[in-house]
Design a protein around this ligand. Structure first.
Ligand SMILES: Nc1ncnc2c1ncn2[C@@H]1O[C@H](COP(=O)(O)OP(=O)(O)OP(=O)(O)O)[C@@H](O)[C@H]1O
Length: 353
């Protein structure tokens, strides 16, 4: 990352919940903020926008301090050079699509004619030149999303905030809109913060990911770094890996309940081990020999997963395994069944905790 355009430490106390996260975003960079329900993503976005008071910390954009409670600095939302696209878009229902977009520039002191001309340009840029007169209720979800994006971008914000921008769309519209959103974000010279649940949105749209859980940053980095080395169960599930933590020695990584996973990476001390569900093989009988990790397991749930079945295995190593439908049929897989599970050491990835 080059020089940070946004530098924010967001501390927000909300009764039992405390958000304490440091976010930095460079000009032109898209940062995805990921986390499970209730992690504090929306709180962070609202704090940046000035809709949620900071208990402590600061929000700095470029040279400008927008918020710093200990210095009694606070900038109201409408005076922040920040554009927001809310999850449900929050378009003004009584205004046309064009006037919704023109509202932004108008609010920043641009005269009515110029604001409407600029709004017309933005409508064309998001492919809705013909729909300027429509009211929000006459727009599809995808169209409303584009109007909301145009409204946010029309003020040329230094920081663009997007809260689950694709969540309200059906799968097909989501696909098209994601591609389009990527194009607009690439052209946006300011910083962008994208709040999302969806790993695909994060991977496609963001340059860097920050994962928060229970109000704190648990992992950050580019997609390759985060997906290669998940550090929490949430991140592991997000990227579809089995993840364990234990103590590494010469022979492998000893997990809390005593099972030692053989690995090929050289690590020592506290370590994580990760492997893909597709690396787990299931057998009816104990497989013979070979330098593998083998353990007795009980089949838990079985679910369809793409073209395969995902099988939850209980035992000394709780794991998800992907098997093909023919293999599952041959094994006669059903919940409660006793099986053997195996993972080659070469299929594991171990790294320091
Ligand atoms: N108005 C409120 N008053 C008190 N606590 C709140 C309020 N709104 C949210 N919270 C709490 O703040 C925490 C963070 O909520 P937040 O909405 O920021 O999470 P999130 O990561 O955006 O979750 P989601 O993915 O479900 O939208 C949660 O524990 C939530 O219960």
């Amino acid at each position: 990352m080059t020089g940070g355009l946004l530098d924010a430490r967001l501390v927000v106390d909300r009764g039992a919940f405390r958000l304490d996260a440091h976010l930095r975003i460079a000009a032109g960079e898209v940062l995805a903020l990921l986390g499970p329900n209730g992690a504090g993503k929306t709180t962070a976005l609202r704090a940046l926008a000035g809709l949620e008071p900071l208990t402590a910390g600061h929000v700095t954009l470029g040279e400008r301090v927008l918020d710093r409670p200990d210095a009694r600095v606070w900038t109201p939302p409408e005076r922040r050079p920040i554009g927001v696209v809310f999850q449900d878009y929050l378009l003004f229902p009584h205004l046309s699509a064009l006037d919704n977009i023109a509202f932004g520039p108008r609010r920043h002191g641009v005269d009515r004619r110029r604001a409407r001309a600029e709004a017309g340009d933005w409508l064309a840029r998001v492919g809705l030149a013909e729909l300027g007169k429509r009211k929000p209720r006459q727009l599809s979800g995808g169209q409303a999303q584009r109007v909301a994006l145009a409204r946010a971008l029309a003020t040329h914000p230094e920081l663009l905030l997007l809260d689950e921008p694709l969540a309200a769309l059906d799968a097909r519209t989501r696909l098209d809109t994601r591609v389009e959103l990527q194009r607009h974000l690439a052209e946006h010279p300011g910083a962008t913060l994208l709040v999302t649940h969806d790993p695909l949105d994060a991977l496609v749209l963001a340059d860097r990911l920050v994962v928060i859980e229970d109000g704190a940053v648990v992992q950050e980095g580019d997609a390759a770094a985060v997906t290669a080395r998940p550090r929490t169960d949430y991140v592991a599930r997000l990227v579809g890996l089995n993840l364990y933590r234990g103590n590494a020695s010469d022979h492998g990584v000893r997990l809390a309940d005593g099972f030692t996973l053989a690995v090929t990476d050289r690590v020592s001390g506290e370590a994580f081990v990760a492997f893909r569900p597709s690396a787990v093989a299931i057998y009816s009988d104990r497989p013979a020999g070979s330098p593998r990790n083998v353990w007795a397991a009980t089949v838990g749930g079985i679910q369809r997963h793409g073209d395969n079945l995902r099988v939850v295995l209980h035992g000394p190593v709780e794991a998800a395994a992907d098997v093909t439908p023919p293999a599952a049929a041959e094994l006669g897989l059903r919940p409660g069944q006793q099986v053997w599970a195996a993972v080659k050491a070469t299929e594991t990835h171990a790294y320091p905790a």
